[in-house]
Write a protein that binds this ligand. Structure first.
Ligand code: HAM
Length: 425
């Protein structure tokens, strides 16, 4: 069977003990984000396609090339979520969001993008993200980045750099597009086909192209903050001042644009220079946005980020493809002979579990030899044995596998005696 039932390219099975590392990241997110007043939100994994197209932008790479879109039996166009922000906004607006009221939510879970799989680039990947929706303030942007950096510090992701830029607002867009188009037009013949199209449809994205010729063209492009009006520049200056005051280090990256169209003002990315990440070194990204939603008069403002769990794990040195454990770790194995011993063993196992021990119990009444082999493999430190003699005398035997010391107790007192015995050791 080996090799014939692999998960699809760009997807993975995650086994224990690696799953324990995922849980650590998820629980740390709950702990850190709750200190900033964020509550957890779980939105559906699929939504109407329009939810994403409208928010993310129909000219973006994600919408044009990467979404998993399908028609359901009712003929509706549905899409597996490629990111979290659009669904969060849909959910918030569905509940009703009064003007000026703030909502702070965080989320975690799988996202889906049909990208070419590579180390750190998956088709089903997982994000941990947060969104503060309803208000527009440079100080809020700084707090959002501070929370992200607090989280990364808490989970021990070091060697990070926070890259920061601004895209200005919708009013700045014509000037920025014109400035970038003026720069790229004379060079466009040498650039890739995608960028030739982008010149007309989404000139910002040329700055993000990984093609060598396009990067060469982008190197001398005008810096975005220099193309913005006074209001946007002063908003950005206020973000920087607040970050300085909070002691959050950042690097200005005047050509950072990010790939989703909903951003305005602040955009940021956290890259990690650790050795495991290679080219996919962006562990998190985010920014301020304003999203138009059907039935809502004014576009809704917000600021947020998402971190990629697979990349956070790589940054922490958790490499995929480690040991695949099909059983959880246990402290105790309960062996029972015959049907009576097996059932009595399971009853004892239940009492031990209620007393907080992690227990694996025999369920088939196999030979004692076979059961002791299983106990050994399970990693349990102790074995309880319910054989014929124990059943006849109403006792249980308990053996410490590390040093072979053994005890015999009355069955009904076994849990309490075991607790005392292990405490004394
Ligand atoms: P994004 O930059 O597209 O932003 O994704 C955020 C993070 O998700 C990336 O920095 C990366 O760590 C991870 N990621 C993205 N694509 C993949 C992939 N194919 N494989 C593995 N990891 C990946 C967003 O998704 C925005 N919704 C963030 C945001 C929230 N902006 C405002 N609020």
């Amino acid at each position: 069977m080996a090799g014939k039932m692999e998960p699809l390219p760009g997807t993975s099975d995650v086994w224990a003990p690696e799953t324990a590392e995922w849980v650590k990241l998820e629980n740390a997110a709950r702990e850190v984000f709750s200190r900033y007043g964020y509550g957890e939100l779980r939105t559906p994994i699929f939504e109407r396609t329009a939810v994403f197209v409208r928010s993310i932008g129909d000219q973006t790479e994600v919408v044009q090339k990467e979404m998993y879109t399908f028609e359901d039996r009712g003929g509706r166009s549905l899409t597996l979520r490629p990111e979290g922000t659009a669904g969060v906004m849909r959910a918030i607006v569905n509940q009703g969001l009064a003007e000026g009221v703030e909502k702070r939510v965080f989320y975690m879970g799988p996202m889906f993008r049909g990208e070419r799989p590579a180390a750190g680039r998956k088709r089903q990947f997982h994000q941990i993200g947060g969104e503060a929706v309803g208000r527009c303030s440079p100080v809020l942007d700084a707090e959002c980045m501070a929370m992200l950096m607090h989280y990364l510090e808490r989970i021990g992701v070091g060697q990070t750099r926070l890259l920061l830029n601004t895209r200005g607002t919708a009013e700045d867009r014509p000037a920025v597009c014109a400035g970038l188009a003026d720069h790229f037009r004379p060079r466009i013949a040498e650039m890739c086909e995608d960028c030739q199209r982008r010149l007309e449809t989404n000139v910002w994205r040329i700055l993000d192209c990984k093609n060598e010729a396009c990067r060469h063209g982008a190197a001398t492009a005008p810096e975005i903050p220099g193309l913005l009006g006074e209001t946007s520049r002063s908003f950005f200056a206020a973000v920087c001042r607040a970050l300085d005051r909070l002691g959050v280090a950042y690097e200005a990256d005047p050509k950072l644009v990010r790939g989703l169209d909903y951003y305005e003002h602040t955009v940021f990315e956290v890259v990690c220079d650790g050795e495991n990440l290679g080219a996919q070194n962006a562990v998190a990204g985010g920014g301020r946005y304003r999203i138009e939603l059907p039935g809502v008069k004014n576009a809704v403002p917000g600021v947020g980020f998402a971190a990629g769990v697979e990349r956070l794990l790589l940054a922490r040195g958790v490499l995929p493809g480690g040991e695949a454990m099909g059983l959880g770790e246990v402290d105790v194995y309960v062996a029972g002979l015959g049907e009576a011993g097996t059932v009595a063993g399971l009853e004892l196992a239940q009492r031990l579990r209620r007393a907080d021990w992690r227990v694996l119990a025999e369920t088939e009444g196999r030979s004692l030899k076979a059961q002791l082999r299983t106990a050994d493999k399970s990693g349990a430190g102790y074995v309880f044995i319910l054989g014929e003699q124990e059943l006849a005398t109403g006792t249980v035997a308990c053996k410490c596998l590390a040093d072979s010391r053994q005890q015999v107790w009355k069955a009904e007192e076994a849990v309490e005696c075991f607790r005392k015995w292990t405490k004394d050791i």
